[in-house]
Design a protein around this ligand. Sequence first.
Ligand SMILES: Nc1nc2c(c(=O)[nH]1)N(C=O)[C@@H](CNc1ccc(C(=O)N[C@@H](CCC(=O)O)C(=O)O)cc1)CN2
Ligand SMILES: Nc1ncnc2c1ncn2[C@@H]1O[C@H](COP(=O)(O)OP(=O)(O)OP(=O)(O)O)[C@@H](O)[C@H]1O
Length: 221
Amino acid sequence: MHSKTMPTEPKTFNSQEPTLSNPPRRHFTRQRRQLSDGERRQLAQSASLHLTKLQQRLPTHVRIGLYYDGFGELPTQLILDWCQRLGYFPYLPVVGSLGRTSNGNDDKRLRFVPVYHSKLVNVPTRIHHLGMKQNHSRALLCASELDVIICPLVAVDLNGNRMGMGGGFYDTTLGKSYRSGAKKPLKIGWCYDFQIVEQLAHQPWDVPLDGLITPSGIRWF
Ligand SMILES: Nc1nc2c(c(=O)[nH]1)N(C=O)[C@@H](CNc1ccc(C(=O)N[C@@H](CCC(=O)O)C(=O)O)cc1)CN2
Ligand SMILES: Nc1ncnc2c1ncn2[C@@H]1O[C@H](COP(=O)(O)OP(=O)(O)OP(=O)(O)O)[C@@H](O)[C@H]1O
């Protein structure tokens, strides 16, 4: 596999309107859902081959935030396998652990819960009202305590700008450390190649990725 393979003809999309009703966001989420489980597994297998390149940049025993894939996302079980093989400490994101804000919405800052199971399907979870599975534990870390965060995304451009599900959770969680110039946590996207586009409109609060792993390779921004 190549480490800098370009996807064929990335498209330009305007994501100015950061809502779930934005057609570009739907364009990608639909395409993800159309894949079969077998196709998703096979593509994740290809992507996982590039984790060794990330490993080369990491010291031993790092803490790695991944996520419990849903919504047709590229499966993350092989990232968990990789963490466990190498003695890294895996964590999953939790929305809502900090309660609600004055407008009644979940506080947007993610916290991270340690994973003690070798299979994501065995992690005890409840389904959050936004649709993702979450484990609730008291031992929660904040993002700055992690070394790497593997970020879910809906689309990403060639500069590492990321479009998520529209909740603003990752941007809010990572914004402070990013703006302070902190190197930690390293932000790595994990997605299918068709989610890469040439250019996304950049919002002031957007936190760009440091790297991206897809079935075709790893790239650094
Ligand atoms: N697997 C996964 N976990 C994650 C994220 C993610 O993108 N993927 N998030 C990244 O920030 C956070 C959750 N963010 C979300 C923001 C909005 C919606 C949402 O609008 N859900 C729709 C259903 C969407 C669908 O089924 O395709 C809904 O509630 O109607 C879901 C999750 C934290 N955990
Ligand atoms: N750092 C922030 N401070 C204040 N509001 C923010 C911040 N980040 C995001 N938001 C709010 O969250 C909303 C969603 O942001 P955006 O569309 O960039 O999220 P996303 O990147 O798609 O989602 P996520 O980060 O959860 O994957 C925006 O409309 C914005 O109002």
